[in-house]
Unconditional design. Sequence first.
Length: 166
Amino acid sequence: MIFVVLGTSPFSFERLVTLADYYAQKTGEEVFIQTGNTKTTPKHCAWKDFMKKEEYLEKLVQADMVLAHAGTGITIDSFKHGKRLVFVPRLSRLKEHTDDHQSELARCLEEQGRARVIREDTGGDEAVALIQSAKKEEFTAIASSAKHMLIRKLSEYISALECARR
């Protein structure tokens, strides 16, 4: 199962819901979407707008992979549970967020080999192929001590981004 997470941002994110629904239709694979404030209704996926933390963690643990906006919460939770990550960062120019900090985080983690990124100009079939190839990649869970260090570094990085925005 692929767990798709859009987070709790007040902005809509139709682009990711549409992609996840297309993926489910093309592959027949089970996909569950946490849609947040996005009003687009998937036709080929199970979904829920918001979830209690326990339900969210249960879906995360069950998932083979996480397809998500590049939010810090899902990033940290995915690393804690050893999940592969494919990001579709929210973009400010598309009115999906107020700035492009998610693109910065996604690019940083992609450069480290910790995530894959689907960009705005990636076609539907190309995105499906990227997700499927990411599922087959060799994946080594981060060791516990490295996990804590990465989480700390991510938190510091995000704090620096927030300070720079002010």
